[in-house]
Ligand binder design. Structure first.
Ligand code: PGA
Length: 246
């Protein structure tokens, strides 16, 4: 199976900039030649415009969040059912920047189920905080978090869900962030796959996120258990993103 690169544009672009950037990517020969599966995740407001630009291209589309219900009195929420109508395939859930705003594992678990129910693929973010890492608790934290998010959930196909391993301290918005070493990432990805397979009944893809850039992406992608990358800041620089996708 192809490795996957998912660009998380966060709230960094206006919808005009997002469409213009998507057009530029669509026209790029390097992107056309890429052997990787490529996905961009603009903010919700930009999704319809970017979806129109990318229609019938090899660049897939994803959203950065979705509601835990598909219809209802949920002020300010976006239904996964409506996201599906935009021809998108992936939905990032439980990103640490959303958890910082108060999203709890129980809510993320409900979102995973509502997204799956629409036939969309959740990209579920998990990652330990610096304190967990420094006290040697990374694996214990990840194992507990996988149980909190996925207990009782069985996947029909291994490809229905992706786990994005993003150590909170490695995300570029964190002060003094730095990427995990690709070698260490490989071993943690293997661990996550094993734990997740026990719960979900299938082994999902596990991708790495956190300070990925043009210089370290290839090394991450060479690791056997790293099925792809979730790229934030570096995905917004055209030349750097092209380098990552090659
Ligand atoms: P970063 O972000 O690549 O800028 O570290 C990754 C993410 O937050 O998904």
């Amino acid at each position: 199976m192809k490795k996957i690169i998912i660009a998380n544009w966060k709230m960094q672009l206006t919808y005009q900039q997002a469409e213009a950037y998507a057009k530029r990517l669509r026209l790029s020969t390097a992107i056309k030649k890429s052997k990787l599966e490529l996905v961009v995740c603009p903010d919700h407001l930009s999704l319809p415009g970017v979806s129109a630009v990318l229609r019938r291209s090899q660049i897939g589309l994803g959203a950065q969040n979705a509601a835990h219900l598909d219809r209802g009195p949920q002020t300010g929420e976006i239904s996964p059912r409506d996201l599906k109508s935009l021809e998108l395939k992936y939905v990032i859930l439980g990103h640490s920047e959303r958890r910082l705003l108060g999203e709890r594992p129980s809510l993320i678990a409900a979102k995973v189920r509502s997204v799956l129910a629409q036939g969309l693929k959740p990209v579920v973010c998990i990652g330990e905080k610096l304190l967990d890492k420094e006290s040697g608790e990374t694996r214990r934290y990840l194992s507990q978090e996988l149980r909190r998010l996925f207990s009782g959930l069985k996947l029909k196909r291994a490809t229905d869900l992706i786990i994005a391993y993003e150590p909170v301290w490695a995300i570029s918005s964190f002060h003094q962030a730095r990427a995990l070493s690709p070698f260490e990432a490989n071993s943690i990805h293997e661990y996550i796959k094993q734990r997740a397979a026990k719960i979900l009944g299938k082994t999902p893809r596990v991708i790495y996120g956190g300070s990925v850039n043009g210089d370290n992406a290839a090394e991450f992608l060479r690791q056997t258990h790293v099925s792809g990358l979730l790229v934030g800041a570096a995905s917004l620089d055209f030349d750097v993103f092209i380098k990552i996708c090659q």
